[in-house]
Design a protein around this ligand. Sequence first.
Ligand code: SF4
Length: 342
Amino acid sequence: MGEKVNKLNLPLDDYKGGKSTLCPGCGHDAISSVIMKAAWENAIEPAGIAKMSGIGCSSKTPAYFLSQSHGFNTAHGRMPSVTTGANMANKNLNFLAVSGDGDTASIGVGQFIHAIRRNLNMLYIIENNGVYGLTKGQYSATAEEGTQKRKGTPNLMKEIDLCAMAINLGCSFVARSFSGSRKQLTALVRAGMSHRGMAIIDVISPCVTFNNNEESLKSYGYVKSNDTELHTIDYIPHFNPIEEVEVPSGGYKDVQLHDGSYIRLETISEEHDVSDRVMALDAIHKADKDDKHVTGLLYFEEGMATLDDTENLVDTPLADLPDDMMRPSKKSLDKLLADFRS
Ligand code: SF4
């Protein structure tokens, strides 16, 4: 039997990257593996993807997947603005960003906020472990109050919840998952890749070296036994016949994405309306109160204008436009200068 290929006739190997140099067992490696599978299953041309990242253990990971794609490892916390510029130059690329909790919630928090406000068309994955792993495990801004590392004192500061922040800012796709929940995470990443607009997935991804002891609220063991799943989510690509998809045993709800594909939500213990922002925030706060993590698609809104729309970007990448379209004529330049002087 030949090698299994996707709709583009490409094997999964074409979506792989270099060998990981992260600590063995790091949650980030599991996420890299999900990203490769999701891009392969969604049949996205590898050369049509731009991998964007900042600084940190998580931001190193784009070297370990999609080696045939474009990549840009930016300065610390500056990934959203570099992605904005790249999107201006070529809006046809699939922007896939990987960042960490330090990169996103501290040094890059201003950039994160404004990328959401602009509804930049990208998938933004946060590999969230509550510590700065690359610099030996200092608490980050997402470390829960009271959490404790293997060595050192408890964290006394209140954490930033990136999903709650994103929902409050009007993000059109907000989800939370866990690096050990491969099935749920794959479905969410596939849906995020199909979403038009900013899709944020906050993935709790334990740092096995600096934040995996029993007192930590982001350890593998803690999250595994204290994670409340909102619903089972399955992703149905529009080019697959619906008969091929496993039908969930419980009630389900389909949410249609802009490209005609669907995400399917199965309610397990409670009704969660993904279009209800208040219900989503309520679920996050309730879980927080009970020291739990709520996972699944928390909020989704289709059809929100993206930065491409508000800036009226041209379809053709700037590099392919002829010179006469790229350079203003003398007449239009004179008019512009006159406008500034008036
Ligand atoms: Fe992963 Fe922590 Fe090791 Fe960094 S230090 S590679 S986050 S386990």
